[in-house]
Design a protein around this ligand. Structure first.
Ligand SMILES: NCCC[C@H](NC(=O)CCC(=O)O)C(=O)O
Ligand SMILES: NC(=O)OP(=O)(O)O
Length: 315
């Protein structure tokens, strides 16, 4: 693994997953890996989990971490090649990333989608530019289209919780008050459609189909109840339309997950990447039930990041 930006960067998920479970069992057992190493973290949008779990992961490995909130903490960055910088932008991303690469051994980057220009978002224009100018390995802390550290943490959570060999995992769309990115569901599909011991089903209202590049032929069931039948795990998440890009084309409140929705499931355990809008996406009764894995899942963000850092700092 040279960088960590999607499932495709992982040589063998089984090896990575086993490493994560090993690291979780002995979090401080690999401190030689991070000795005298620095993890750089740059955020172009807000974060609670990714920021703090990344710092904790670096600490567990014996490395130091610094964080830059681009725009807020630094100069206003120019993204366009060939720009005449006589306006509001003060420093070009070209120098900024090259300079930050001087100050770390691995660089974590969070970008964001425009939700306006699908081509620009899905070509990962900003993220690719950063990768081009970085001289150290790059980790996606969530890009315009993917959130691999989240999906890896979700996989760790399912793997350590499941009670039987094969499990059914359902990704369900949920209502929301805003138009949200497709990163988390895209990434969940990118990872979970590849796991040989998972029967993976996606459910959403018609019109919310995700990019087939990420769903990779996974079963789509438009009837939410039917999709949830026999489910062992359910991950709820809102996303805006890919087809009618960035739009909220429908927002049926009946899609909000409640215990009643799960009566046909196999006592399904509940996942959500967080932050979650209570009683809009999911009811309190689900979030606060013993079947809710959301805090354990967020805890596993430390171990997904620590495992990835372990790989990239060992290069
Ligand atoms: N980093 C994890 C996901 C963050 C983001 N959620 C949000 O923006 C929620 C904001 C709100 O609830 O207003 C998303 O869905 O992609
Ligand atoms: N799940 C997640 O990535 O959360 P943050 O946006 O708070 O980092």
């Amino acid at each position: 693994m040279k960088n960590f930006t999607s499932f495709a960067d992982v040589d063998d998920y089984r090896v990575l997953l086993n490493k994560a479970l090993e690291i979780k069992a002995d979090p401080f057992g690999y401190q030689h890996i991070g000795k005298n190493k620095t993890v750089g973290l740059i955020f172009f949008n807000p974060s609670l989990r990714t920021r703090l779990s990344s710092i904790k992961a670096a600490y567990n490995l014996g490395a130091q971490a610094w964080v830059l909130n681009a725009g807020a903490d630094s100069w206003t960055l120019e993204m366009a090649d060939g720009a005449v910088m006589n306006g509001g932008t003060q420093e070009h991303i070209k120098e900024a990333i090259a300079v930050m690469s001087q100050y770390c051994d691995v660089l974590g980057v969070r970008t964001f989608p425009t939700l306006k220009d699908r081509d620009e978002d899905y070509q990962e224009v900003v993220f690719k530019k950063i990768m081009q100018y970085a001289t150290v390995p790059v980790i996606s802390l969530e890009s315009a289209t993917l959130h691999p550290l989240q999906s890896f943490a979700d996989l760790i959570t399912v793997a350590e919780t499941k009670q039987k060999e094969r499990v059914k995992v359902v990704l369900t769309w949920a209502p929301h008050v805003r138009a949200l990115p497709q990163c988390v569901p895209n990434s969940f599909c990118d990872w979970f459609s590849e796991i040989d011991w998972i029967d993976f089903v996606i459910t959403h209202p018609e019109g919310y189909e995700l990019d087939p590049k990420f769903t990779k032929g996974a079963r789509i069931e438009y009837d939410q109840r039917k999709a949830l039948e026999g489910a062992d795990f359910v991950q709820a998440k809102n996303w805006s339309s890919y087809k009618d890009y960035g739009q909220v084309i429908s927002n049926d409140p009946n899609w909000m997950l409640t215990p009643e929705h799960l009566t046909g499931s196999n006592d399904a355990k509940f996942l959500h990447c967080l932050p979650v809008r209570r009683n809009v996406e999911v009811s309190d009764a689900i979030l606060d039930s013993p079947n809710s894995l959301i805090i354990q899942e967020a805890g596993n963000r430390v171990f997904s990041m620590q495992t990835v850092l372990h790989e990239l700092l060992s290069l």
